[in-house]
Write a protein that binds this ligand. Structure first.
Ligand code: ADP
Ligand code: MG
Ligand code: MG
Ligand code: MG
Ligand code: MG
Ligand code: MG
Length: 700
């Protein structure tokens, strides 16, 4: 979540009168940043992950696993290092940072300093993640565990699912039938977000996930755990009046979505052009990685027929009114809006020739006035549209003390809108008064149960991004097809069952190759990697500079040269011919000579780096995990979890996840993470758990 400001939050009736004010000043702030920093260049590759945890408390006697609402305590302990584990943070490791999150049972951690383009950092990612998990664990009671589960299987069941236990009757912000007020971080921002989304929308949010129909699931499935006849809040009637669908798992509060954990990555780019190109390049990768990292098949005590969190979060913060959703004619509102503020990206924004206008084929409501202002100011069409599309949203949380700001110094109003547009990618302008450059955040992945997996996916994406940009790989397909992929990615076992739209020919023909009549793709040697080991290393790739990667000079050559224009005619064929449907295996592992797969691209890029044997082995083990998840020889977390529940001796094949099954599942996941239980269908044979990790010997 964004910065936690202190102050008096306005409720929706008050806040809505300041929406124009926030938007208008937000754009002024963006224009000021643009003025100062549009020409900024030469920033090196800096990057980092965010990992979110749930604190789970075990009660072995009762065979119960519940969420511990201990965020405030544990954050305080993590901020005042004392214990033995803190000694692990030696001279060369900057202490990690822990952040609050939406759920009062959640934590987020990031590395204390971003990783660099030094190849050495590629093998430090996993160490850093493990260190963070150990640190969190060391501050908890022996029966509490920081777990990287994407969704908690029994969040919102009747009875006790948190400690301490609270009654949902007191949920004054969400009015939920299932989640108590105390599930939410007490900082004013979070209850206000929750309440104002409900008030703006005019009803509670409503998420219906199809339930997984098992052999003995009652049909139709009418959920007996919904308090259908409660009459406490006016919205209690919504469930019985159609908001809760049969054969679905119904969820009615922001906490069901924002209470999920994920794995996000942020990359600094050399200049704004690189950032826009990288943003675009990763858009089609978003749904592919969502499917590969699928980890959330269990919701509110049931097995769902989907594997991912995405649609739950989208629905859980959907503040659109009935008019905006197209259910009523427009009267109070400005426009219809096709998507929730948490959803997939709607616009490619790069100005490279590869980005053909035909690819931007999604409906794109914009704030016309703000668009015109940006255009008049000299900002190009695509970037103006991007911002004007984000700015169709109202600010949800406004602190009265922060209404008046110095727009030449602050980005608060801009960030208010920007940070509540939760999309698959985020284009992050440099913050004011900081050395940070233009960045891109990759946000679609589900968190994995072990840090070996989290590191594998993080390293895969950073290498893939370097491969794409150094080899001019073109992954553009119409953005409406990316949206279809988002839907397919969440289906049960999408990795093995679904096909995904993907570009047929990803290699851009270079002018010389086209002129010589070459027809077979030839992998361009990654540009600039030949001298990648020079201290100034060019083109924002990886290099062997061990001096923490920090470059003394900021030069234009650090940026990826824009892809050279192809011969005329090569950019005008039919877009429909450019893509086809492929399996996950084909996309990741390739299809014969036609395409080396995303792994093939990464391997070509790695071939240009000067890696030691141990670095190579480590990275190979990461690529192998990605490869095997894609070809089905290892299960996704979602499939593994679903199979665990369905093979539990007490499972009744009725789609229900009992207290006991949940307890055994949580214990199993923890034992797998520590390496004391093997899971050869989920992880490679030689997986080393955190308890036996030699690099972490001082952890206890
Ligand atoms: P947010 O919650 O706003 O997405 P966080 O601050 O939680 O962002 O995480 C940002 C990530 O970006 C962290 O992993 C951090 O290490 C990394 N990071 C920090 N500085 C930079 C930078 N200059 N460029 C790229 N990444 C950075
Ligand atoms: Mg977070
Ligand atoms: Mg964060
Ligand atoms: Mg943050
Ligand atoms: Mg979150
Ligand atoms: Mg983030």
């Amino acid at each position: 979540m964004g910065l936690l400001s202190l102050g008096t939050p306005l409720d929706w009736e008050q806040a809505k009168h300041f929406a124009e004010h926030v938007r208008s000043h937000g754009i002024t702030q963006f224009l000021n940043t643009w003025d100062r920093l549009k020409g900024r260049f030469g920033d090196e590759l800096l990057w980092g992950d965010e990992i979110e945890y749930m604190i789970v408390q075990l009660d072995p006697d009762a065979k119960d696993a519940v969420l511990s609402l201990c965020q405030t305590d544990i954050l305080a302990k993590l901020q005042s290092p004392t214990s033995g584990v803190d000694a692990m943070i030696g001279a060369d490791v900057v202490p990690p940072v822990f952040h609050p999150e939406y759920g009062r049972y959640m934590l987020e951690s990031t590395p204390g300093a971003p990783y660099t383009g030094s190849v050495r950092d590629l093998v430090l990612v996993e160490f850093n993640m493990r260190l963070r998990r150990q640190l969190a664990r060391s501050k908890l009671k022996p029966n509490q565990i920081p777990m990287t589960l994407t969704s908690f299987p029994r969040l919102g069941v009747p009875g006790r699912f948190t400690v301490p236990h609270y009654d949902p009757a007191g949920a004054i912000s969400s009015h939920s039938l299932f989640l108590p007020e105390q599930i939410t971080n007490p900082h004013a921002r979070f209850p206000t977000l929750t309440a104002n989304i409900r008030r703006r929308r005019g009803s509670k949010v409503a998420v219906n996930l199809p339930i997984y129909i098992d052999r003995r699931t009652p049909r139709p499935f009418v959920d007996p755990t919904i308090p259908w006849h409660r009459d406490l809040f006016p919205e209690d009637a919504e469930a019985r009046h159609g908001a809760a669908l049969n054969d679905h798992i119904y969820m009615d509060a922001m906490g069901f979505g924002m209470g999920c954990c994920c794995l996000q990555l942020t990359f600094q780019c050399c200049n704004i052009e690189d950032a826009r190109w990288m943003y675009d390049a990763l858009i089609p990768i978003g749904p592919i990685m969502l499917a590969l990292t699928a980890a959330s098949p269990l919701w509110r005590g049931y097995i769902a027929d989907v594997d991912c969190r995405w649609n739950v979060i989208a629905g859980s913060v959907d503040d659109r009114t009935e008019e905006e959703r197209g259910l009523k004619p427009l009267k109070e509102n400005r426009m219809q809006i096709p998507k929730s503020r948490y959803d997939s990206v709607d616009l490619y924004i790069s100005e490279t020739w590869m980005n053909r206008p035909e690819y931007n084929d999604n409906p794109l409501p914009i704030d016309q006035e703000l668009y015109d202002r940006m255009r008049e100011y000299g900002i190009d069409e695509l970037l103006s549209k991007h911002i004007a599309h984000l700015f169709i949203r109202d600010p949800i949380v406004i602190f009265s003390e922060l209404l008046e700001q110095d727009d030449s110094k602050s980005m608060d109003h801009f960030e208010n809108i920007q940070s509540t547009n939760w999309q698959t990618l985020r284009f992050k302008p440099p913050p004011p008064n900081s050395p940070i450059g233009w960045r891109v955040e990759f946000r679609s992945m589900e968190v994995q149960m072990t840090d070996f997996e989290n590191a594998a996916f993080a390293v895969f994406i950073v290498l893939l991004s370097r491969a794409i940009m150094s080899m001019n790989i073109n992954l553009y397909i119409p953005i409406s097809k990316v949206d279809q992929n988002m839907h397919r990615a969440q289906q049960r076992d999408a990795v093995n069952q679904a096909r995904f739209y993907f570009r047929r020919e990803v290699f851009t023909p270079t002018p010389s190759r086209a002129a010589s009549g070459a027809t077979t793709p030839e992998i361009a040697v990654p540009r600039s990697c030949s001298d990648a080991s020079s201290t100034n290393g060019t083109a924002n790739g990886f290099h062997n500079d061990q001096n923490n990667g920090r470059r003394k000079q900021r030069v234009m050559e650090n940026c990826f040269p824009p892809p050279p224009l192809p011969e005329e005619g090569l950019t005008s064929g039919s877009v429909k011919e450019e893509y086809a449907e492929y399996t996950m295996d084909e996309i990741i592992n390739g299809r014969g000579d036609a395409f080396p797969g995303l792994i093939g691209l990464v391997e070509t890029y790695i071939g240009t780096l000067d890696l030691s044997d141990s670095e190579l082995r480590k990275i190979a083990s990461y690529l192998d995990l990605v490869r095997r998840r894609a070809n089905g020889s290892l299960k996704t977390a979602a499939t593994w979890i679903r199979d665990f529940v369905r093979s539990h001796p007490s499972y009744e094949f009725d789609s229900a996840v009992s207290k006991e099954i949940n307890y055994d599942l949580v214990v199993a996941v923890d034992e797998i993470e520590r390496g004391v239980r093997r899971a050869p269908d989920l992880l490679p044979e030689d997986y080393i758990g955190s308890e036996k990790d030699p690099s972490c010997s001082s952890c206890d």
